[in-house]
Design a protein. Structure first.
Length: 290
């Protein structure tokens, strides 16, 4: 699969806002998010199905998949920021027309449940996406200077990215950046979602007990392709874990160069990480092309 990097955003571009996952109810946060982005120099275009309802989802599967395709194909839209995560993206992976994604490469931002879309966009369309802030918890909720500055560096600048971490397992590694939310990645097991080339995995999670993190890590390690192509691991935050003292031992079982302590997280201060670009681990740091 040829990898396609979308055109970087610049002031004056139009950012589309869609809700491909869980039900979005926060009209006040949408208003604040739009205000922030427009004050920062962007134009915005909001999906007319943003507040859709289907059980706990932001509309039916067909509606949510259709909005992804619609906003990617819309010539007015230069990039897309998801409203929120939650649950629902995995229901779309067999309903999306990946030819539309391949033909319309654009900056696509989100984290948490959006990880499923990023993984499959990369796998089936070769599109580089971004583990990045969203409307509900970030742009519409008093985004921090740290988060905003990291977002701009990743989606607007062409300079390489460098993030300082702490060595858990020493060594150097190189490969394609891949990852996001651990539980969401594991939910993709059963389809072909892993890169076909060497990759560096970055992961984070929230409110998961240590035994479940152990189980999810073990499930990934039991996949032959995962073991063959994994060259390094970058650990974000595992917030509100019941036994954080066990995590170093669990993650050391990856048995590849591993760094920890990066602000890849559900928390307020988070870094934006491109998914699908050349990356490396060296001296406890995580380096990526932007």
């Amino acid at each position: 699969m040829n990898i396609v990097k979308p055109k970087k955003l610049q002031k004056g571009d139009c950012i589309g806002i869609i809700a491909p996952c869980g039900q979005f109810k926060a009209a006040d946060r949408l208003e604040k998010g739009v205000e922030f982005l427009e004050n920062a120099g962007f134009r915005t275009k909001v999906s007319d199905k943003l507040f859709g309802i289907c059980r706990y989802l932001a509309g039916t599967d067909e509606e949510r998949a259709g909005e992804i395709e619609k906003f990617l194909a819309d010539e007015e839209v230069d990039g897309i920021i998801c409203a929120r995560g939650g649950y629902g993206a995995i229901r779309l992976i067999d309903k999306i027309n990946y030819d539309v994604i391949r033909a319309n490469p654009k900056v696509f931002c989100g984290f948490s449940d959006v990880t499923a879309l990023s993984a499959m966009f990369l796998k089936r369309a070769g599109l580089v996406t971004y583990s990045a802030p969203m409307i509900n918890g970030d742009f519409g909720n008093g985004i921090s200077d740290f988060t905003w500055e990291s977002f701009q560096r990743a989606v607007m600048d062409d300079e390489p990215l460098a993030f300082e971490g702490e060595i858990l397992r020493d060594g150097c590694a190189a490969g394609q950046s891949f990852g996001g939310n651990l539980a969401t990645l594991v939910s993709l097991c059963g389809v072909d979602f892993l890169p076909d080339e060497d990759f560096i995995l970055f992961i984070e999670d929230l409110n998961e007990p240590a035994y479940k993190i152990d189980r999810m890590v073990t499930q990934l390690r039991n996949i032959e392709k995962f073991r063959q192509n994994l060259k390094g691991v970058v650990l974000g935050e595992f917030s509100d874990c019941d036994h954080p003292e066990f995590l170093d031992e669990i993650f050391a079982e990856f048995d590849v160069p591993t760094v920890k302590g990066l602000k890849i997280t559900h928390c307020h201060d988070k870094i934006t990480v491109p998914i699908g670009v050349p990356a490396r681990i060296e001296n406890g740091n995580f380096y990526l092309t932007s």
